[in-house]
Design a protein around this ligand. Structure first.
Ligand code: NAD
Length: 240
């Protein structure tokens, strides 16, 4: 099938359903200027003293907070970002009653900025930050502007509401994601390498026959998919 034929098939599938669930990752936000982890210019290809898995781990946060926040602010607290065509199309489908939920591994808040309502953030959000001692809420700007380690007025350390390596996922969000995926008519997976578990394992709960994969590079689930479109997620969704 040519690229155009695949887009046409995707149009037909979308036109014939009102129960789409989208599952995405960092690739959804690269067209907004946020680097992903595993692409050619992704964070994993950049050279640091420690690998990203360590810099973004609970161990690093707990034992080397200065280092952790330097990396976190530099790489994950990107300023002035805006949603792209993929975020907007998904928000539009939800408004039209076609899409039930966006399940994302991203922590950038761009789906909500585009207007999506039902967004399940499996790995949390950089937009929410809490004092570990008194639980006072702080926004991303507070963390960004704090020199070094952000501290609450009570003296506690302010922690981003982001799931770090070695930390568990929120079970309520996971259970909700399982429910949406298992009841979906169409599951669109996009912009994710599908290697980060347990999030990637959610795909196994899909029971339908319209599994669509839109990604720039191949994934381990391509052979399971009913339609694989290799390309930019913003361009593909915009063309539908
Ligand atoms: P990943 O970096 O492992 O994989 C990204 C995938 O998206 C790659 O397969 C790449 O080929 C593809 N891709 C990149 N740009 C694309 C585009 N424009 N269109 C289609 N495909 C594109 O990302 P992941 O699978 O989400 O796992 C990494 C983890 O890193 C996640 O848990 C996520 O929380 C975190 N992360 C989040 C952000 C963010 O919030 N924007 C950014 C970097 C990493």
């Amino acid at each position: 099938m040519t690229y155009e034929e695949k887009i046409e098939k995707l149009r037909e599938i979308i036109a014939g359903t009102d129960n789409i669930v989208f599952f995405g990752g960092a690739g959804v936000s690269t067209e907004s200027g946020i680097p992903d982890f595993r692409s050619e210019d992704g964070l994993y290809r950049q050279k640091y003293k420690y690998p990203p898995e360590f810099m973004l781990s609970h161990t690093c946060y707990a034992t080397m907070p200065e280092e952790f926040f330097r990396y976190y602010k530099d790489k994950l607290l990107v300023t002035g970002i805006k949603p792209n065509k993929a975020h907007y199309k998904l928000a539009q489908w939800e408004k039209e009653g076609k899409l039930k939920a966006v399940i994302t591994q991203n922590i950038d808040g761009l789906h909500q900025m585009a207007g999506s309502q039902e967004v399940l953030e499996l790995h949390g959000s950089t937009l929410r930050n809490y004092c570990e001692r008194c639980h006072k809420f702080y926004d991303a700007d507070y963390v960004r502007m704090s020199p070094g380690v952000p501290t609450c007025e009570c003296g506690g350390r302010v922690k981003p509401d982001v799931v770090l390596y070695e930390e568990g996922l929120d079970m309520r969000t996971m259970n909700k994601a399982v429910r949406y995926i298992s009841m979906a008519d169409v599951l669109i997976i996009g912009g994710t390498s599908l290697v980060v578990y347990p999030a990637a394992g959610l795909v196994d709960y899909y029971r339908g026959k319209k599994l669509i994969l839109i990604n720039k590079s191949a994934t381990s689930r391509d052979s399971m998919a009913d339609l694989v479109i290799s390309g930019s997620i913003g361009e593909v969704l915009d063309a539908v």
